[in-house]
Design a protein around this ligand. Structure first.
Ligand code: HEC
Length: 92
């Protein structure tokens, strides 16, 4: 499920949902001409790694109230982080 809120929700409600297919293709064509990022995905760490355990603590203390302890969405509150395609997307 995709979620937009704040100014992006206004953009979707008042503007982008009304775009015609040719406008969407033109936007996609433009975006594809832009240079990609040189940033590479970090290598995966084992769950037992100290950094992963620190991250779990940070998540538990700062994020789980809205995103649930297992990262699954809380209806009407916040989108799911677990399995979220935007978060899992590979860098180009
Ligand atoms: C007070 C509630 C709240 C807390 C705490 C919170 N979030 Fe969120 N988060 C939201 C809501 C609501 C959204 C969806 C609206 C939006 O995208 O602006 C969201 C969206 C996101 C998204 C984007 C998801 C998407 O589908 O685009 C990410 C990533 C995220 N949060 C990560 C975190 C992390 C990491 C933390 C902790 C450091 C955190 N959030 C803490 C409420 C919260």
């Amino acid at each position: 499920m995709a979620v937009a809120s704040g100014p992006m929700a206004e953009a979707v409600t008042n503007s982008t949902q009304h775009l015609r297919d040719e406008d969407l293709y033109a936007i996609a064509a433009y975006l594809k001409t832009l240079p990609g990022s040189d940033t590479r995905s970090p290598r995966a760490l084992k769950a037992s790694d100290k950094v992963m355990q620190q991250g779990a603590n940070v998540y538990s203390a700062n994020c789980s109230a809205c995103h649930n302890s297992d990262g699954r969405c809380i209806n009407q509150l916040a989108s799911s982080l677990a399995g979220n395609p935007g978060i899992q997307a590979q860098n180009a």
